[in-house]
Write a protein that binds this ligand. Sequence first.
Ligand code: ADE
Ligand code: ZN
Length: 322
Amino acid sequence: MSVTDLPKVELHLHIEGAAPPAFIRGLAQEKGVNLTGVFDEQGNYAFTDFWHFLKVYEAATEVLKTPEDFGRLTRAVLEESAANGVIYTEAFLSPDFCGGGDLGAWKEYLHAIEEAARAAEAADGIILKGIVTPVRHFGPEKAKKSALCAAETAGSFITGLGMGGDEKAGKPGDFAYAFDMAREAGLRLTCHAGEWGGPESVRQALDDLRVERIGHGVRAIEDPALVERLAEDGIVLEVCPGSNVALGLYKTWQDHPVERLREAGVKVTVSTDDPPFFHTTMNHEYDRLADTFGWDEGSFAEINLTAARAAFCDEETRAALI
Ligand code: ADE
Ligand code: ZN
């Protein structure tokens, strides 16, 4: 089996986190931005742990200044995704990085991103949907601004709200207002949880934010009752094994709980999170899953069907993925 040929549905990809280092260096040179400390000697992103990763991520994002920059980034990211057989992807887009939470500016960034998505679809057939992403450690007030941006632009392209950032900053309930606003605007909901926080963090995201998917969610494995709840309620996990191993959450792929979660009946899907940061691609994730857990073509077909069913898209788009 060559995983390269399998059509793939990806539900968890941060647009800034998918920026190739050379792309960021090129923009830094154009704009005269100093990126000391962002790259190692080989030119890769350099970080020591998750919290350092967040700092480096935000420093690299500093060079993405204009709607045009995000348009170019979107085009580059989708080209790489399509080369990995991705036919549909959902990207986390943060108003905090696209206009600082200002609605007027956000609309301009969104316009550029959508144009780039249209060009990529015409060229490679890949479909992009956007999930507006409050950054948790920026706090609840900024999250409300992001949710307002999401609510005001909800439609066929912006289809969800999903919080990322430092899971140890505050509690999910602190962000309920933002999630309620998005839900009332008809948006679908997901939230990073159970990555750096334990099972309680996943429970709170489900109970206090009423999300239907969980970003990562893998630490649910530490609580059998929660695993049972996820399986029974059909909560979909956006699992990013390469990200978890690269950030040191699990020492090896063998230690990763994705297979145990799947065996327990939890709906797992596979994504890359921030591929160049973690030296991964969708093909690499699939290769490692095949090598480590013996996943075959049937396993990947099941994963992709789960992802297509859980995608935050209209039914016509979904029908084309299934
Ligand atoms: N933002 C980008 N990548 C992230 C991750 N793995 N966890 C939380 N927030 C993020
Ligand atoms: Zn993520």
